[in-house]
Design a protein around this ligand. Structure first.
Ligand code: AMP
Length: 302
């Protein structure tokens, strides 16, 4: 079942209590694509970068099984740049810089060889671009999952509401769920958000795991307590990539299978945070993943 992902492909500069990076490869689209490529190849990515984006980074994606036919390289423009700084507890971070650059006027093109997309992951990007991608698909995919963030709630509320109404699954963190619903209780928040359109809602709680909501059902996935947490950047996107990748691979969108997809997403995210940027994702193996999924199982079985 073919998989299409959209999202920022970026330069990130990250500061955590353990160190600092210069501009490294980042972006929601990057993390999602690398993560989902563990489950499903090719991953057909739709994104845009400037001509300052190194060829070597594009090769990194291709080596993972990411098809970059839908990655536009804009001459004379600069790649999206984001800088963030984590506090001591690593659960909260400040965004220091968001330079949209080439994302400001991004007109997503869906290549003809992506038109059979059955599983679509709309990663963090302007909601207007996210909905354009859905509109440019000739057929309605089997499952559309969307991720977003507070940035878009602050500046593009109406576009966001429109896009949310078009998707099957929405994935946000707890703080964003509260902002979106204006409810503190995550249970109430989930009800309100599902009334906006999505039949399923995932609420990510950082190092405390994730919740999956559907109708009156709730599934709670743990997060594995890790010895090493170096950099949480991209964990949410890596989770989303694992979630959709697992569903695309198994081609089963039942609630029970979505629970498994949440565990696989959580396992992928647990690798992401162990090193800076995409480093750990690029070196891990499928055997590492299976071993970690077992650890998740052992963590909660009683
Ligand atoms: P996460 O840690 O999962 O929330 O995602 C971090 C990634 O999101 C970084 O790699 C950033 O490049 C990307 N990002 C941050 N802000 C935005 C934004 N406004 N639009 C698109 N991508 C963003």
């Amino acid at each position: 079942m073919s998989l299409l992902t959209v999202g920022s492909v970026a330069f990130d500069a990250i500061e955590t209590p353990f160190g600092k990076t210069d501009k490294i490869i980042g972006g929601a689209g990057t993390y999602i694509s690398i993560s989902s490529s563990f489950f499903k190849k090719p991953v057909n990515v739709v994104a845009v970068v400037g001509d300052d984006f190194p060829e070597e980074y594009i090769k990194t994606l291709e080596n993972q099984g990411v098809n970059t036919d839908g990655l536009q390289v804009k001459e004379g423009e600069k790649t999206f740049f984001w800088a963030g700084k984590y506090h001591n507890d690593m659960n909260s971070r400040d965004t220091l810089v968001t330079e949209l650059n080439v994302l400001e006027h991004f007109d997503p093109v869906v290549p003809a060889n992506y038109q059979d997309a059955q599983y679509v992951m709309l990663g963090n990007l302007s909601p207007q671009v996210q909905s354009t991608v859905i509109e440019r698909l000739e057929n309605r995919p089997k499952l559309v999952v969307m991720d977003t963030m507070n940035f878009w709630m602050d500046i593009a509320w109406d576009d966001l509401m429109k896009t949310i109404s078009m998707v099957d699954v929405l994935s946000v963190n707890d703080e964003e769920a509260r902002q979106l619903s204006k409810e503190y209780s995550l249970r109430k928040a989930a009800k309100k958000i599902m009334a906006m359109g999505p039949k399923y809602l995932i609420i990510k709680k950082g190092e405390h795991g994730a919740l999956l909501f559907h109708e009156d059902k709730i599934f709670s996935a743990p997060a594995l307590p890790l010895e090493e947490v170096f950099d949480p950047t991209g964990a949410g996107d890596t989770f989303a990539g694992g979630f959709i990748g697992y569903l695309a691979k198994t081609d089963d969108i039942s609630f029970d299978n979505m629970k498994k997809a949440v565990i696989y997403g959580s396992a992928m995210a647990s690798f992401c945070v162990e090193k800076f940027g995409t480093e750990r994702l690029l070196e891990m193996t499928e055997a590492d993943l299976e071993a970690r999924v077992k650890e998740f199982e052992e963590l909660t079985v009683f």
